[in-house]
Design a protein around this ligand. Structure first.
Ligand code: ADP
Ligand code: MG
Length: 478
């Protein structure tokens, strides 16, 4: 029997406001436990929440960026449940009337095809606190610094058909919220995380299967693995005659498995009701157009512009614009030294990306600034450096030795392009290798590699390879 998978994601993006959604407490990460929890975050009797307008502005920008309907009037609701990290006994969220309605987002599949994924809704809510299980022996600590931190919960339609699509969608949202400047996207700190709803059904069946929800996944790699694991679990279960129950599961990356946490609660278990302490949020047309004006160039627009303005392929433009900081770095580098866009793109996505990956750094903290990087590309372009020498220069640049010219000078890494000097070296080599010359004359073209190797050896890799090849052909034919 063949199976189809259905996936819907609920993404929680922490909004990048300085203060909390209903209080003036700081949202800065990493403070000592309970230093940033005010009486409002704790829901002490008699206190009143006041909505942070910045959080509203950010939610609206997100809605505009995914072509969604922005609700002219949305309502905060209390979601009631008990948990030690929720001293109020309820979370303020939005339920029936969310601020952002139906929107959409285009993802690229591995095949290169595009697919539109619907975004059902996005609503504002406050985060809960955090239980600290590790720090106390035999006890659990509670840190309420995170209580009241603004979140945008972005709910997708059940429209992804496999783990790869889910990852592509999650990456697209991640890129978008960072472009918009509404979320720092830091997944390690929990600023961007997702719940994956997964079900399977016999291929061709219209009706959805029963889903399980995998909670709080905070890396792209884990999303992929957790979904694949869950799909296999469900298929095995059904094929063995069992049935999937609707439940909440937890992914354990160490064991690469999902475990049941609790049976799934239904919306009515929460006894949602409008929060009497908060007025409905009204979005005026003026506010909406103000937000529209503040939207930055979005990833898709930037990509199209890169294709047109710099004659880049779709693939290159996609890679360069997948995050805003990379796109800005790239454009800055081109502008500074007016280097060739394609050459610059190759080096940004090649050497620079590789080094950043290796050292696990974001481009924002690259030790090689766009300014320095531009000096390197310039010297590749004017052939002062061969590709090989440029890699060496890059290495020194990464270690903080300055711009390309300084390094070339100091390290004597200039490419030899003086054809007179190169010719002299080649003539010497040909004289010393009569056997190989004879082989070439007898039709063994591949032997040319032997001569190139000799030239590079003698010049310590500094000869311009294109020139070496041309000169070799010329002198060997002679
Ligand atoms: P809840 O409020 O209980 O979490 P929702 O109906 O709001 O449930 O759906 C939450 C998420 O689950 C959405 O992203 C939705 O697309 C997804 N979803 C709903 N039904 C299924 C299903 N049968 N299989 C996979 N995903 C589903
Ligand atoms: Mg849910």
């Amino acid at each position: 029997m063949s199976w189809e998978t259905v996936i819907g994601l609920e993404i929680h993006a922490q909004l990048a406001t300085d203060s909390k959604i209903f209080s003036a407490s700081s949202t800065a990460y990493g403070a000592e436990p309970n230093k940033q929890a005010s009486i409002i975050d704790l829901g002490m009797p008699g206190v009143l929440p006041v909505l942070n307008e910045k959080a509203v502005a950010m939610a609206v920008k997100f809605g505009l960026a995914i072509d969604a309907e922005i609700a002219p009037r949305s309502v905060f609701a209390r979601k009631n449940y008990f948990y030690p990290d929720l001293p109020k006994g309820y979370q303020i969220s939005q339920f029936e009337l969310p601020i952002v309605g139906l929107g959409k987002l285009e993802i690229e599949l591995e095949s290169g095809q595009k697919k539109v994924i619907g975004v059902t809704r996005a609503h504002l809510e406050e985060d809960a606190g955090k239980s600290l299980h590790e720090d106390f022996d035999g006890m659990t600590g509670i840190d309420l610094n995170r209580a009241g931190t603004p979140l945008l919960e972005i709910v997708s339609e059940p429209e992804m058909a496999n783990a790869k699509e889910a990852v592509a969608y999650m990456k697209k949202i991640h890129s978008l919220v960072r472009y918009l400047g509404i979320c720092d996207g830091n997944m390690q700190e929990g600023s961007f995380r997702c719940d994956a709803n997964v079900s399977v059904r016999p291929a061709g069946q219209e009706e959805f299967g029963t889903r399980a929800e995998i909670k709080n996944i905070n890396s792209f790699r884990f999303v992929e693995r957790a979904i694949n694991h869950e799909v296999n679990r469900q298929i095995d279960l059904i094929e063995d005659g069992g049935t999937v129950v609707q439940e909440t599961r937890l992914y354990d990356p160490d064991r690469d498995e999902t475990r049941s946490m609790r049976s799934k609660e239904e919306a009515n278990d929460y006894r949602y009701f409008p929060d009497p302490d908060l007025l409905p949020v009204e979005i005026t047309p003026e506010f909406l157009s103000q937000m529209r004006e503040q939207l930055p160039e979005l990833p898709e627009q930037k990509k199209q512009r890169f294709i047109e303005q710099y004659s880049l392929s779709e693939y290159d433009a996609s890679a360069l614009t997948s995050n805003r900081a990379t796109a800005e770095y790239y454009e800055e580098a081109i502008k500074l030294e007016a280097t060739d866009p394609k050459l610059t793109a190759n080096w940004v996505m090649g050497e620079l990306s590789a080094a950043l990956n290796e050292h696990n750094l974001d481009i924002e903290s690259s030790p090689v600034s766009a300014e320095l990087f531009a000096t390197l590309v310039k010297r590749i372009e004017d052939q002062t450096l061969s590709g090989k020498l440029a890699k060496e220069v890059f290495e020194y640049m990464w270690q903080g030795e300055g711009d390309a010219d300084t390094i070339i000078e100091k390290r004597g890494l200039k490419q030899i392009t003086d054809s007179g000097a190169l010719e002299e070296i080649i003539v010497g080599i040909l004289k010393d290798s009569p056997d190989q010359v004879a082989q070439f004359k007898a039709g063994n073209d591949k032997i040319i590699g032997f001569f190139v190797g000799k030239v590079m050896q003698q010049t310590k890799g500094k000869a311009n390879p294109v020139q070496v090849n041309e000169l070799l052909q010329k002198l060997l034919q002679a």
